[in-house]
Design a protein around this ligand. Structure first.
Ligand SMILES: [Zn+2]
Length: 117
């Protein structure tokens, strides 16, 4: 399961950050995930619950925020959010161009905020 390995990397990053700030109890973490990462929030929350159980992170809240896919048209350079949210080859609503789009947003996968004490 894709989400399990994501949680594992999140935990590594969180531990590093907490160590750096001299805090020991994690209260909450906010994760930002772009549409193209195919993260399912429910699956991520489930993986988080399973993998923090009986660890020092048990009980910490996981918040997720999805960033929609945004493309810059390869033809007219306008930015748009395709209706088919997984399609990088979606036609531009302005000029109809289908190729050469640049992904402006949607590939993000990072921690936006860590709350700890
Ligand atoms: Zn266009």
């Amino acid at each position: 399961m894709h989400e399990m390995s994501i949680v594992q990397s999140l935990q590594d990053i969180i531990r590093q950050e907490m160590g750096r700030h001299g805090v020991t109890r994690l209260l909450a973490v906010r994760v930002v995930h772009g549409r193209l990462t195919n993260v399912v929030p429910e699956a991520l929350e489930f993986a988080w619950e399973v993998m923090t159980k009986d660890t020092d992170m048990e009980g910490a809240r996981l918040e997720t925020e999805e960033i929609p896919l945004k493309l810059r048209c390869g033809g007219c350079r306008r930015e748009f959010e395709p209706e088919d949210i997984t399609a990088v080859l979606a036609p531009c609503p302005v000029c109809g161009e289908q190729i050469g789009h640049e992904v402006v947003a949607g590939r993000e996968l990072h921690i936006a905020h860590i709350e700890a004490e």
